[in-house]
Ligand binder design. Structure first.
Ligand SMILES: Cc1cc2nc3c(=O)[nH]c(=O)nc-3n(C[C@H](O)[C@H](O)[C@H](O)COP(=O)(O)OP(=O)(O)OC[C@H]3O[C@@H](n4cnc5c(N)ncnc54)[C@H](O)[C@@H]3O)c2cc1C
Length: 425
């Protein structure tokens, strides 16, 4: 631990100096923090939340993300905290399977969709980070300013950690904005964000106590399509789709009306919905949009994860892409620290590569959304035929591999690790 990190931990300094300051302790930020710590960098993490118990977040993890987390040594620990394995996903219309993405046909050992609560993943990553003495963990601390010198980002200003009074300045060679879809770092850096309302549906999420299944299902029974999967420990997570930006109008018709519509969409869960959904408080709305920051790097600053690019929940790609961003950024930041060059120019090849990959994923999600969630008479007639045709062709198998793994060129660089850590005590 450098002297500044020690002083900060002891609470006797309002300023700390590290190599990398990561803002945001989600999947992107914590994965990057651990990778950089393992490579000998001094890392500060600034996370506004005091706990890992956040509002509902995505929890379906694709094989690509599982593989990277296993290579980093955290998957087993995260799984041991509790998860469910799913054999794949299915589009079902009136009980008939139209499309089946069978993950058991993919090469093992990560040939499943993992329903893993994000708090389990984040807790494991944080535990590993804390095992490194060069880790400065500022949870309960919110970034509200950037330190800039001659146009170069040199650090962040944040509120006192854990409710302590006073602000902090964290100086760093590189600030990484991993603070999610409504990124403060992005805004403070003056980087415009292009929101694209590509998708026709928003999602109302809720949980039920009901029978477990081993498949992530997209259920169509005449009403709005519904996403359903078993969530740890013993609930079913359901996502009822509704027209994009249509929630206010729908809600104005009253809770009983909304509940009736939900029940009609999932007759198999109608009784559980009636008994367990008591009011709007049990429903959580997700505004579904895609978006991208216009710049992902400035001198001394890199955006990763949702702060750089936001995705629809269809196809469960957000966590995968966030982890891949971190793994792809790791060798570049190590080299940048060695050269003392964290300029936008130096970071550009990384940004271009990740923009290409995330752009492809958005197109794929749009295709999945149209195929599985669209409503209307014509799509109702065309879908079963198109689905049968598509899911039996070799290109579909390659699409399935892309959904499951994303960019297979992204690999954890063990050769850059300086520690021999496997598991903390
Ligand atoms: C309802 C829902 C369901 C989803 N389902 C799935 C799914 O099943 N599978 C999937 O792969 N993806 C899913 N996603 C997307 C996925 O959750 C995100 O893509 C992923 O969490 C992005 O990771 P991240 O680390 O970039 O950002 P986040 O997970 O958003 O983390 C950002 C962190 O930054 C912190 N922060 C924000 N502002 C500040 C600040 N000013 N100072 C300090 N800290 C700050 C936040 O507290 C947060 O911890 C879903 C998303 C939602 C909302």
């Amino acid at each position: 631990m450098g002297p500044d990190a020690a002083a900060l931990r002891a609470g006797c300094s309002a300023e700390v100096e590290v190599d990398v300051c990561v803002v945001g302790g989600g999947p992107a930020g914590l994965t990057l923090a651990l990778l950089m710590l393992r490579s000998g960098a001094r890392v500060a993490l600034v996370e506004r939340s005091n706990t890992l118990e956040r509002a509902y977040r995505g929890e379906i993890l694709q094989p690509g993300g599982q593989q990277l987390l296993a290579a980093l040594g955290v998957l087993d620990g995260a799984r041991a905290r509790g998860c469910h394995e799913h054999d794949g996903f299915r589009l079902e219309e009136h009980g008939r399977i139209l499309i089946e993405g069978d993950y058991r046909r993919l090469p093992g050992p990560f040939n499943c969709l993992l329903s893993l609560p994000q708090r389990h993943l984040l807790a494991e990553l944080l535990l590993r980070c804390r095992a490194h003495p060069a880790f400065v963990c500022l949870t309960g601390s919110k970034v509200n300013g950037l330190v800039e010198e001659a146009g170069v980002v040199r650090g962040v200003v944040c509120s006192g950690a854990g409710g302590e009074p006073g602000g902090r300045v964290v100086r760093a060679q590189c600030v990484v904005g991993a603070d999610g879809r409504y990124s403060t770092v992005r805004r403070l850096a003056g980087i415009p964000y292009d929101r694209v309302d590509l998708f026709d549906q928003d999602v109302l999420w809720f949980k039920l106590t009901a029978g477990a299944t081993r498949t992530v299902r997209i259920l169509r029974a005449g009403g709005s399509p519904v996403l359903a999967y078993t969530s740890f420990p013993d609930r079913v997570q359901l996502g009822w789709t509704l027209p994009h930006r249509g929630y206010r109008k729908l809600a104005s018709r009253g809770f009983e009306y909304v509940k009736d519509r939900i029940r009609a969409s999932v007759p198999q869960y109608a009784e559980a919905v009636e008994e367990q959904i008591g009011g709007f408080k049990d429903l959580s709305l997700l505004d579904v949009f895609a978006g991208s920051a216009r710049q992902w790097a400035r001198d001394g600053l890199l955006l990763i994860g949702d702060s750089a690019h936001t995705h629809s929940p269809i196809g469960a790609q957000g966590i995968n892409l966030a982890i891949q961003d971190a793994v792809a950024a790791h060798p570049v930041l190590c080299e940048g620290l060695r050269r003392r060059d964290l300029s936008a120019r130096f970071l550009t090849p990384l940004v271009v590569r990740r923009q290409r990959e995330t752009g492809k994923m958005t197109k794929l999600q749009l295709m999945q959304s149209r195929m599985m969630l669209s409503t209307g008479r014509l799509s109702g007639i065309v879908r079963p035929k198109a689905a049968m045709l598509v899911s039996r062709t070799p290109p579909y198998r390659s699409v399935l591999r892309r959904i499951a793994y994303g960019d297979r060129g992204v690999e954890v660089r063990h050769d850059l690790f300086r520690d021999t850590e496997t598991a903390p005590a």
